[in-house]
Design a protein around this ligand. Structure first.
Ligand code: MLT
Ligand code: MN
Ligand code: ZN
Length: 307
């Protein structure tokens, strides 16, 4: 299967419209080493023709323009996007659904029940799209593998993970299983596996076990330290309170790097959904060098994997 990073930034992207942190300032300069990043999304394909969009970023239209093969032009109205799968109902992962409203048939949308619930109440994109192309909603049951019609060579399994439902959700402080999932994506014929979790606040035995079986692990790279936003005076919240496990551990608790270190040799390890404050965005930073020493890559927009 092919996996393409359409957007490697967290909410706000890089540079964020109202931010003047060191990374955002540098990303605005011409020929900067700090690459601009759109908001978190990937596309997955078994045959390189039909693609499943995992999360629909507010930057979706720009992302599609950057990848002309996602517009194969087989008919006057056409797209290579066969369906959308959601890992959560966060703004940076769902607002792009509105940009697909010109479809000529209902949009196949796969998500767990709590996410479909938020998208029918707090942020009612599903009923709203009913006035445009319509949505063919498929409720995903955690742990039960599913396939998507035009991409039958791929099998998806949702794995509930600890993170945060969106701020607008009634379950923001009392999350239900399915509010946030990791996805196991398997190429059925090739027997290869990818693990995708842009939001992961706490490692679980299940998540780690699934990561251990994967050829490619594409995980939450939001923050370098748990106090990153506090240290910059941008928030009063720790990473975990925003639903993300920082790369560096603290107070004896392991960070994402420590967990990734436990994966089998040969696992491709990549961080994505990177917040604009994270020092790893500068390829010359000591933090970036530390990741390289652990065999961990930093995703950028347009990065592609053959798994
Ligand atoms: C998050 O993952 O915490 C989000 O990026 C927040 C947002 O989209 O506002
Ligand atoms: Mn996010
Ligand atoms: Zn910034």
């Amino acid at each position: 299967m092919k996996i393409r990073i359409l957007g490697s930034g967290a909410g706000g992207g890089l540079p964020q419209w109202n931010c003047n942190c060191a990374n955002c300032r540098r990303a605005r300069q011409a020929c900067s080493d700090v690459l601009s990043r759109t908001q978190s999304s990937i596309a997955v394909s078994g045959d390189g023709v039909d693609w499943v969009l995992v999360n629909a970023s507010p930057d979706l239209l720009a992302q599609l323009r950057s990848h002309p093969d996602l517009q194969p032009a087989r008919a006057t109205r056409d797209s290579a996007l066969a369906a959308v799968v959601l890992t959560d109902a966060q703004i940076d992962h769902v607002t792009g659904l509105l940009m697909l409203r010109e479809r000529t048939s209902p949009l196949p949308l796969y998500a767990c029940a709590p996410v479909l619930d938020d998208l029918s109440s707090g942020l009612p994109l599903v009923p709203l799209l009913g006035h445009y192309c319509g949505v063919e909603a498929h409720t995903v049951a955690p742990g039960e593998p599913f396939t998507v019609a035009a991409c039958a060579g791929l099998r998806f399994t949702a794995l509930p993970v600890e993170s945060k439902p969106p701020p607008y959700s009634p379950r923001r402080e009392a999350s239900a299983p399915g509010d946030n999932i990791a996805l196991l994506i398997e190429d059925i014929a090739a027997g290869t596996r990818a693990f995708y979790a842009p939001g992961l606040a706490q490692m679980s035995t299940d998540a780690l076990g699934t990561m251990r079986q994967a050829d490619l692990v594409l995980v939450d790279g939001t923050f370098w330290t748990t106090t990153e936003m506090i240290d910059l005076g941008l928030s009063t919240k720790h990473a975990v309170d925003m639903g993300h496990l920082a790369q560096r551990g603290d107070d004896g608790r392991p960070g994402m790097i420590d967990w990734l270190d436990t994966l089998p040799r040969g696992t491709r390890k990549v961080l994505t959904h990177i917040n604009n404050t994270n020092p790893i965005l500068d390829p010359h930073s000591v933090e970036h060098a530390q990741l390289r020493a652990h065999g961990i890559d930093v995703a950028h927009d347009g990065m592609q994997f053959q798994v």
